[in-house]
Design a protein around this ligand. Structure first.
Ligand code: ADP
Ligand code: MN
Length: 179
């Protein structure tokens, strides 16, 4: 068993990436396919009102990370969770067996964020974030090398191939951890 973990029956997956790369749709599909629980951290924070104020520059809430982590701990420690959040640096490393980093091209991301009616500055900020591969670097800085998997998520073909890959990974994980 991995140090600091109290579960062994189901793995946990983190789906991260720049807004618009497709995390929520991917997380929901993974959850459906391998019968995991989809935990959307943004929704959870909203439900709990777990904020430490408002960031004027970035026009977003400041997350009360401790409050969110406390709430997630019981669920995650049982295993079988797909956690959906853009960032990955404030979760305990031991929580995740797979950190999936979704990527998209500038053209694709621009279209998706425009369709969301994001403000111009917010679109530019997110495009920069994706071009600079901020979330990929964050994942590599915070999780062991084999845990981090980067995938392109521009097309439906990309999407389906990632789902297949996660299903195979999940089934192998169960075989490797069979009692
Ligand atoms: P995020 O949660 O990362 O912000 P979403 O899951 O909300 O992203 O997806 C953003 C938009 O892109 C949605 O309209 C979604 O249907 C679309 N989308 C997601 N993945 C793909 C894909 N592989 N191909 C085409 N469109 C996609
Ligand atoms: Mn989302």
């Amino acid at each position: 068993a991995q140090k600091g973990r109290t579960w062994a029956t189901r793995p946990n997956v983190l789906v991260c990436g720049t807004p618009g790369t497709g995390k929520t749709e991917m997380s929901a599909a993974i959850a459906r396919k391998v019968k995991m629980q989809h935990l959307n951290v943004g929704d959870l924070a909203a439900r709990l009102d777990a904020y430490d104020g408002w960031d004027e520059d970035r026009q977003c809430h400041i997350l009360n990370e401790d409050r969110v982590l406390d709430e997630m701990e019981i669920l995650v420690s049982k295993g079988g969770c797909v956690v959906d959040y853009h960032a990955c640096d404030f979760f305990p490393e031991r929580w995740f067996d797979l950190v999936l980093v979704l990527r998209a091209t500038t053209e694709v991301l621009f279209d998706r964020l425009t369709a969301r009616n994001y403000a111009h500055a917010k679109i530019q900020e997110n495009l920069q974030c994706e071009i600079m591969q901020v979330l990929l670097d964050e994942a590599r800085d915070n999780y062991p090398e084999p845990v981090v998997v980067e995938v392109q998520n521009n097309t439906r073909l990309d999407f389906d191939s990632t789902i297949d890959r996660v299903v195979r990974w999940h089934d192998q994980w169960l075989r490797d951890h069979a009692p």
